[in-house]
Ligand binder design. Sequence first.
Ligand code: WT7
Length: 645
Amino acid sequence: MSIIESNLDEKRSFSPSKDLKTNANFSNEDFLSLTKQFKNDRNKTWADLANSNILWDKSFSNVISGEAPFYKWFCDGKLNVSKNCVDRHISNSKSAIIYISENNEKKVLSYSDLYIYINKFSYALRELGLCCGDRVIIYMPTIPESIVAMLSCARLGLIHSVVFAGFSSNALRERIIDSRARAIITVNAFKRSGKIINSKEIVDEAIKVDCDFVDKVIIYENHTLLTNKKTRDVLWSEILPKDDKYIDPISMNSDALLFILYTSGSTGKPKGIMHASGGYLLNCIITNKWVFDLKDQDIFWCTADIGWITGHSYVVYGPLACGATILIYDGAPLFPHSSRFWEIIQENRVSVFYTAPTAIRTLMKVGENDPNNYNLESLRILGTVGEPINPKAWMWYYEKVGRNLCPIVDTWWQTETGANMIAPIPGINSLVPGTCTRPLPGIDAAIVDPDGKELTKPNQGGDLVIKQPWPSMLAGIWGNPDRYVKTYWSKYSSKYYVTGDTARYDEDGNIWIMGRSDDVVNVSGHRLGTMEIESALVSHDLVAEAAVVSYKHEIKGEAIHAFISLKNNSNNKIELADDLRGWVSLKIGSIAKPERISFSDSLPKTRSGKIMRRLLRNLARQEDITGDTSTLENESIIEQLKEIV
Ligand code: WT7
């Protein structure tokens, strides 16, 4: 039995202010009473929450059904998620979306503007012949039209799959084929850091061969660039009706799929994580209310791209279902200058700000004192997500951005969990830099040893698992039920949902995430499967073998070190390394580019022919080499592997 050791020790603690204790949406009394209710009758408590937070077209009698682990939530209830997000707020004359472009153009859409727009676009989609259950790929940057596209799909019961606009045509193609999408919605082009990205060309390339099942490509002309139209292409502006239309939101079963979102796994191709309607929406709503303390007058800026789960749950579905005002920025954080974020917060009086540790570290590096030059008084809650935040970055965020006044909610969750799972509640928990604190009410998390036994003492690291199903849990992996069971449920004889993360408690019972237990790296808050990057590398003509591991990186959290053996020796390793970085960008996207590359005659293997990953990890992390190396055929390759290009 091997327990992972932990030696980190953080003593600073920050208690909620008096104001938060009295005014937060969720008080300590609420917490105690809800925790008690969950203990007494779990299902009834979820049912009560679902009834008080969601607008049901037909109420449910069944809270949880289905055969484990294929759970269905609120199964016989009917609802429409788009109606929950927009229709029920149109009588409040308030802004739904504040949009800022990279060139600092600003557009504001009220809830009724959004409602009118969604109805028109839903009409257009229906006229194209798309119907309930069809898959639609959305390959767009974070602009109001992509939100309109998502919510129009939801209105019609179309299953959307948003693909991050920074992904290459190869990665896009894989997702189009796996989901057998009938339509793709994209832009002609968009700007990032002043550079033009030609999305439409990338789509054309992605579906050039064997994609006849794609009936239509819809192009929103987001840029003056001329669109090169093919027969299957239609322009957004052509299909959008001139007059207002009303499209009845379809009453969907609560377990009907709302979307598929692809995420990396440790082996093979990306997994199409499926989320259903009612359960997903419930956890999105309650966590926005509890963790972000979202109130009517708040302006919520979550900097995530809509191509990630954070963009789904904390830009679109959660905040809009709560009737909040969201801010979206379609641009790079450092463009055109390093204080862009602070400027946006000041100009738009952002009150709730949610971003990733990697962004915090970058901003801290480029302008440690920059926040001092802006009026950030509107801020009241700060959040982070995506990876553990190091205490130094946490303190900077707290002192410089939050002026020692704003609680930082460090939220742990995953694409698969749909919404925050372990996170502080601002009016209740004391904060300690670096920990995501405690599970939210109704979330039954535990840390277990390799035998599945619960570890309850402080500083014993083990697998983080969830012991009971929860409403926003994934509904499975698209087209691959076996992989769903194998990846998430098989490790502890189907008893627990296995997160793939390792964690420990501290003396106060706070949970500290220690890292991943599988071959997944976390670069700038995004999960990447090492297998995928390795497959991309070996598909290059000159590469024989490749192994990818991660090492600690000051800004990105983790960065990628690729170890490569070549088919033939190359004279110019520097040029080849650059070429390989370009190749990975092309195959997956630039976030997957190896920061460091080492070349050797062969890769170190065990007797059974497995690459010695642990050894490579030791090398990449400049640690002493642990474990047995006696089976190495050629000791001298260790020296070669230490050379970094
Ligand atoms: C993985 C999930 C959830 C949206 C963003 C990423 C890591 C996430 C935290 C946190 C430490 C975190 C975990 C998790 N992670 N949040 N607050 N502290 N680690 O979504 O791509 O599904 O990745 O991100 O390793 O398993 P994702």
